[in-house]
Each structure stands twice: as structure tokens, then as C-alpha cells.
Design a protein. Structure first.
Length: 133
């Protein structure tokens, strides 16, 4: 009986939750983690997927851009290009980790907390939040 009540409660909650968040074109997402590591303090990395199949954003020091393809939950970025500004070594290392991982992304999903996750073929994801505004 308890199990039936708990199951019924979960079904009701699932029905009330509405539609799960989706990966949207033309919406900026802020990176929170790159694989197993959080961002360097006060750095700001972003991803925006354009309607035209081009992605772009801030890689922490430089602006980046790349072509991408998406079908359903699959997502693939081509090799990214960047502007050529130099920053502190920690930011440059983080930027390189981000760009390297970006080229290995194979799929995306949304966690139970509504966080967007971009998954590489192997390893931990890039975790992002939608930017406000």
C-alpha cells in the first residue's frame, strides 16, 4: 500500500512539472563546470547555438565560434576558432580544456535540476545554466 501511494505521488509530481527544459537556439548558456572542474573564479564562459548552424560564445579569454549539428539529443561541434588575445595562464589553460572538450561533445541532456549537460564521448560533461534576460 505504501509503495502504491509513493508511486502515485511521483506520477502526480511528474504531471505537475510541465515540460522539461530544452536546449534552445539563440539562447546564451553560462558554463559552470568543464568536465570534473569548476570554472576559475570570476571567469565567464558561454555557449549560444545559432539558428544557422553556427555556435559562438566567450571561452573565458577569447571569443570562440564553430559550426555545429544537432538532431534530437545528439550534438556535435566542429573544431572551434577563436580570437587571439592572451590572458593569465590559468584562464588560457581553462579555455583550452573547454575548447578541447567542446570538440568531443556527442550528445546533450538536462539534469533533474534543470541544468544543461553537454556530454563528450567519454568523461564528464560541460555543465551549463541558461543566462537570464
Amino acid at each position: 500500500m505504501r509503495q502504491m501511494l509513493a508511486t502515485g505521488f511521483l506520477v502526480v509530481l511528474a504531471g505537475c512539472s510541465g515540460n522539461p527544459p530544452q536546449l534552445e537556439n539563440e539562447k546564451a548558456y553560462s558554463v559552470e563546470w568543464i568536465g570534473e572542474r569548476p570554472l576559475v573564479d570570476r571567469s565567464h564562459l558561454t555557449i549560444t547555438l545559432g539558428e544557422d548552424g553556427r555556435a559562438y560564445g566567450n571561452a573565458g579569454c577569447n571569443h570562440w565560434f564553430a559550426s555545429y549539428t544537432r538532431q534530437g539529443d545528439t550534438l556535435h561541434f566542429e573544431q572551434a576558432g577563436t580570437t587571439r588575445k592572451l590572458c593569465a595562464p590559468a584562464l588560457m589553460e581553462q579555455e583550452q580544456r573547454f575548447l578541447d572538450l567542446l570538440s568531443k561533445i556527442s550528445r546533450w541532456d538536462v539534469s533533474a535540476t534543470g541544468q544543461l549537460r553537454l556530454w563528450p564521448v567519454e568523461g564528464l560533461p560541460i555543465r551549463l545554466w541558461p543566462e537570464e534576460g
